[in-house]
Design a protein around this ligand. Sequence first.
Ligand code: GDP
Ligand code: MG
Length: 440
Amino acid sequence: LQERLGSILNNLTGRGALSDADVAAALREVRRALIEADVALEVVRLFTDRVREKAVGAAVVKSIKPGQMVVKIVHDELVSILGETSETIDLNAPAPVVVMYVGLQGSGKTTTTGKIARRLTDRQNKKVLMASLDTRRPAAQEQLRQLGEQVKVATLPVVAGQSPVEIARRAVQAGRLGGYDVVMLDTAGRTHIDEPLMAEMAEIKQAANPHEILLVADALTGQDAVNLARNFNDRVGLTGIVLTRMDGDGRGGAALSVRAVTGKPIKMIGTGEKMDALEEFHPKRIADRILGMGDIVSLVERAAETIDAEKAAAMAKKMQAGQFDLNDLADQLRQMQKMGGLGSIMGMMPGMNKMQDQMAAAGLDDRMFGQQLAIIGSMTKAERKNPDILKHSRKKRIAAGSGTDAAAINKLLKMHRQMADMMKAMGGKGKGGSMMRGLM
Ligand code: GDP
Ligand code: MG
């Protein structure tokens, strides 16, 4: 695959905007990569359509090849579908928070219940109670009890003859009476999806009112994971997904598939049989794994750097011409956020202390980035281009939209004006460009 992608990158030539042919050629290889990574066919189609739409006509920055540009777009789109950031188990509800695990037999529900219980106990100091609702397999409840002993997490005492729903009710009640933070319900699976299973899950859900319903799915099942996820999501409703056996030779395709068909976040991944083999899901890493190669990753990074460098050059030009508008300011704020805040950036550049002081005086500090981006985000295109048109009524609208007030907006506008003036002055001396390039 690396070779194949490599050859496209060399073969595609031409400059300017990406043509249909450029994109089609690159997407043929991307499609093959996705299928090799075990992404479900319907998701492959959906995904390549989305990329095609984004890619055709996209500007190709000067110093990279069209094929590289497509790979960059593919990579970004993968990360965007997989979720930009990793999400964790949501315990933001009145205690005891009920977490229910669903999935097929052998997918790793019981193991995952133990792993997550251990993690919440050790890392977040939570008091967790686990209950096995698996009355179908004789040894299932005993399996969870032993796991509980191993990871030092309480399990609900087994009472013979109760139905899964009855056990669920008892678990929630025991959780309440015992002052537990979290109650985990480890349900029974089947070898395949069927109506009795779904009915049982729906009934348990109704009885226990879980805050999280996590589908535990085996990453090695690739294609099948799609139907599984869709069925459970339609019938029971999921809040998230845990993919197990990510330590196996699966290529991460299941992750893209289940995420794309359910829209639900992948919250954790299982990476082995041991109780500590549980990791947060990092979309970027999985995107890299799906594309299947270190080379592509560095290639994507190089493309991103090139794009940033060209952006920086364009920005410097704008500044010198005195055209630094609020869009540019938003770009700058985002860049600074990415690079670890104002101090670290300014600290790297000689002679920037004065500018830092001025920005601080104008109210720009690291904590303010989010608020200021929100303010700019609530402006119209025209307002961002030309802040002079911002009069009282517009400011009121923007304040409401960004959850701020007129004072915060005025502060931002003042800072922008000062920065623009300063940049113009520096530009006049022919220095602004290189300094701002350093800034980015
Ligand atoms: P359940 O039927 O869904 O409750 O599945 P279990 O939790 O009993 O797990 C079935 C088997 O899969 C056990 O042998 C587990 O050790 C194994 N298993 C679970 N999660 C993982 C994982 O992330 N990686 C690997 N390699 N094995 C796992
Ligand atoms: Mg089990």
